[in-house]
Ligand binder design. Structure first.
Ligand SMILES: Cc1cc2nc3c(=O)[nH]c(=O)nc-3n(C[C@H](O)[C@H](O)[C@H](O)COP(=O)(O)O)c2cc1C
Length: 253
């Protein structure tokens, strides 16, 4: 299985997103997959201009000359796509949004009615769009509901132009309290159970074509069982300490 992963965090390799994504990919490689991670901030992907040339004048080809043409080729070759983004303003980062907008050439302007009775644009390359998708995200706030918009957005994209009704979302890793991952690579500490589940999920994608219900249930467990008040108190102490530290450093200089 060829897995192409997109990391949409501007913090790239030092991001909480990557601390979740990489163990997942490690598990996939151990199960026999080849993997590639594209750090979107390092690629020139301009937002779509809405000219619709890729649908009408030059079907399948975008007129913007940047890195996206090469990325579309990689997408077509991959069997599975991993969309990994921190939660920004209740959804994906601008880097990830630009990537998804620029998948427009993969769809055709016509419409069809799919098996669920929904209207969608037909995929331009139907035989290359039967892909597995995984969504990975982390957020500052702990409650699961903050991922609702992002999840719905990605699900709609499997039906519309991005996945053309042929892509299937086969698992998610959505974690609140992203700050808990800050020391993760050197010191997984009490989160080892979670990283083990990420590795297992990666292996399952390769072997079973999806994250199993059992592993999904583990991944969905909260990292810590704080009450809202406990979390607010902890976060505020941390924020005050950091503010004080920066203020002291400024006074000393
Ligand atoms: C511009 C911006 C917007 C954010 N919006 C949200 C949000 O809507 N909900 C939330 O829970 N966290 C939000 N966060 C917090 C990030 O999701 C959080 O810090 C995350 O751990 C960053 O992940 P990364 O290290 O992978 O970039 C936001 C952070 C920034 C910088």
């Amino acid at each position: 299985m060829k897995i192409l992963a997109f990391n949409g965090s501007p913090r790239a390799k030092d991001s909480h997103t990557d601390y979740i994504l990489q163990p997942f990919l490690e598990g996939a490689r151990e199960a026999g997959a080849t993997t590639e991670t594209l750090y979107l901030k390092d690629h020139r992907i301009k937002p779509c201009t809405g000219c619709n040339s890729c649908w009408l004048q030059t079907p399948g080809v975008c007129i913007i000359k940047d890195d996206m043409a090469g990325i579309l080729e990689k997408i077509l070759e991959a069997n599975a796509l991993i969309f990994a983004t921190p939660l920004y303003n209740c959804t994906m980062t601008a880097h990830m949004k630009a990537l998804l907008e620029r998948e427009h050439p993969l769809a055709c302007p016509q419409l069809l009615i799919n098996e669920d009775g929904e209207m969608a644009h037909p995929p331009r390359y139907p035989d290359k769009m039967k892909k597995k998708w995984i969504l990975i995200s982390n957020a500052g706030l702990p409650e699961a509901k903050h991922f609702d918009l992002l999840l719905e957005n990605i699900k709609r994209m499997t039906i519309l132009s991005g996945g053309g009704g042929y892509a299937t979302l086969v698992g998610t890793i959505l974690k609140g309290m992203g700050g808990a991952f800050s020391k993760a690579p050197e010191d997984p500490g009490s989160l080892e159970w979670f990283f083990d589940a990420c590795r297992k999920a990666g292996a399952e994608l390769v072997k079973e074509g999806k994250i199993t219900t059992e592993t999904q249930e583990i991944l969905d467990r909260p990292l810590f069982n704080y009450t809202n008040q406990e979390y607010v108190d902890k976060l505020n102490i941390f924020a005050d300490n950091v503010l004080e530290m920066f203020a002291a450093a400024k006074n000393d200089s």
